[in-house]
Ligand binder design. Structure first.
Ligand SMILES: Nc1nc2c(ncn2[C@@H]2O[C@H](COP(=O)(O)OP(=O)(O)OP(=O)(O)O)[C@@H](O)[C@H]2O)c(=O)[nH]1
Ligand SMILES: [Mg+2]
Length: 505
């Protein structure tokens, strides 16, 4: 299999469509396409072909004597290096009959084309320097994007936003390495050229940069697979009713029997361009029933994995019961990392005066928690201190815990809840701005390795390790960063990446 052979594939979705696009790329692509194409009954002359011009004519089978027409088609020729792959290439737009598509591929193969492997066009684009590896992966992400947020990440990566950031990072580290390597040349003389404080500062900047990128993975990954929203609470609070109302379909079984939902149910739903994965869970209660116990264990696991937790309380229960259920949920949520939305459900049938008592009790509880926090932090739990460890001030944290009332049977309440869920993330610049979000696990792992190597350099500096050992760790970090854009890579990794593309891309 030579990288110079000419490949072909149907690039549009498989099956019948109005039109289909067949793509050829490689040294002989123009000749092979010319061989089966006639314009006004004549084959195009090599010298006559104008690239980037669309030719209208017929695809025909040149073998039988009567040279039958196969289809009406539009053909465009692209000249290296100005094509997607960087090679000579051709695009044939034909009618979307599966028979026509197959017939054209067959004619091309008889003339010397080979059927392309998945992602082979993009792989060639990468090999020919048209795209770096992260950009090629963005092409696959762009094709797979199902909502606005996913689309935005892919476009940013495709435009080279991520690659530029990595290039920045790399050049910082290259500077560091060359400073250290200079010392190696003079190792006999025991000199230190590189100012250690400056090295340390540079390292800190690089580590901070990588840290920002690895931190963004949780969000980037969530956007790709849907931001997980767990709906949790005691049995019969209306979790399944809420899931159905959000989805607008009867997905989960609803009944007034406690413990109806045994296993978790997950469905994605897009709110204003952002995909969420709603998870209905088994209601939490004391039980000796084995299956239900397993279900409740799953609920706890889903709570810990969720980005947003909707804690649903049953407004028809006693004040004491509601407060207890609420505390049980709050205690299972990590408020520093997760968003908690507490909702008291069944407002349509609950006694409204209870709302006042609930809020008073709640305030009492908050007050005692607040005081406990002050004790825990040596008596100086100021807003600033709280902000420095949580990124939120105390008031916001309290706000997150405030009770809101709703009825899962009231469509208006459901719309409000949806917009409140969406609102949780619009404040984050990462999503609505042009900030890079890492959404690919391969990139995340490479960055994590790079970070580990840099941390070793930092430790080494503190322990006054010799320049050659420091330089070695730095080179490791450079290697990992380079592997993301494909500056350093191996065949196996490449095959692995491109084999996940669709054929024709
Ligand atoms: N009046 C009223 N009834 C509700 C509301 N939400 C749920 N219900 C009723 O409450 C009962 C329990 O609802 P489910 O949605 O099955 O409750 P669940 O939390 O999924 O219960 P488990 O699966 O057992 O944990 C059903 O009879 C629902 O019709 C509401 O807002 N108002
Ligand atoms: Mg249920």
């Amino acid at each position: 299999m030579s990288k110079y052979d000419t490949i072909c594939a149907v690039s549009t979705a498989s099956g019948t469509g109005a039109i289909a696009v067949i793509r050829l790329s490689g040294t002989d692509s123009h000749d092979i396409a010319r061989y089966i194409f006639r314009k006004n009954g004549n084959t195009l002359n090599v010298n006559e072909i104008e690239p980037y011009k669309v030719y209208y004519g017929e695809i025909f089978d040149p073998v039988p004597d009567d040279k039958p027409m196969i289809d009406d088609a539009l053909v465009t020729f692209f000249k290296a290096p100005h094509s997607y792959t960087g090679e000579d290439s051709v695009e044939i737009s034909c009618h979307g009959s599966e028979f026509v598509q197959q017939k054209i591929l067959e004619l091309l193969c008889v003339r010397g084309c080979r059927l392309a492997e998945p992602g082979e066009f993009s792989k060639r684009a990468y090999i020919n320097g048209k795209l770096d590896l992260a950009q090629a992966e963005a092409v696959a992400d762009l094709i797979a994007a199902q909502n606005e947020a996913e689309h935005r990440i892919a476009v940013n990566q495709l435009k080279g936003g991520f690659s530029n950031e990595l290039r920045d990072l790399r050049s910082k580290l290259v500077d560091l390495t060359s400073l250290l390597e200079l010392e190696l040349d003079f190792s006999e003389e025991d000199v230190e050229f590189a100012d250690r404080t400056k090295l340390n500062d540079l390292l800190d900047t690089a580590l901070k940069h990588i840290g920002k990128l690895t931190d963004s993975f949780r969000m980037g990954n969530a956007i790709k697979h849907g931001i997980p929203v767990a709906i949790v609470g005691e049995t019969n609070t209306g979790k399944s009713t809420l899931l159905n109302a959000i989805l607008g379909e009867d997905r989960a079984i609803v009944s007034d029997i406690e413990g109806t939902t045994r296993d978790t149910i997950e469905e994605t739903f897009t709110i204003e361009g952002m995909m969420y994965r709603f998870i209905d869970t088994a209601g939490i209660r004391e039980t000796t029933e084995t299956i239900e116990k397993i279900g409740i264990e799953r609920t706890f696991k889903k709570i810990s994995e969720a980005d947003i937790v909707i804690g649903l309380l049953d407004g028809t229960k006693s004040v004491k019961g509601i407060i207890k259920a609420w505390k049980d949920i709050v205690n299972r949520v990590n408020l520093l990392k997760q968003n908690l939305i507490i909702m008291v459900n069944k407002s349509d049938i609950m006694d409204a005066t209870k709302m006042f008592t609930l809020n008073d009790d709640y305030l009492d509880y908050m007050k005692s928690t607040y005081e406990k926090n002050i004790e825990n932090h040596g008596g100086y739990m100021t807003d600033e201190y709280c902000y420095s460890i949580t990124g939120m001030d105390l008031y916001d944290i309290h706000g997150l815990l405030t009770f809101s009332y709703m009825s899962a049977k009231n469509p208006e309440d459901i719309e409000n809840l949806k917009s409140s869920i969406r609102h949780r993330y619009t404040d984050m610049p990462d999503i609505d701005g042009n900030t890079t979000l890492v959404s690919n696990i391969r990139h995340f792992e490479a960055l994590t390795h790079a970070k580990e190597s840099l941390e070793q350099v930092k430790n080494g500096l503190e322990n006054k390790l010799s320049a050659d050992l420091l330089a070695e760790d730095l080179r490791q970090a450079l290697y990992h960063i380079g592997s993301i854009t494909g500056e350093v890579t191996n065949g196996e990794v490449l095959n692995n990446i491109f084999s996940r593309f669709c054929i024709g891309k």
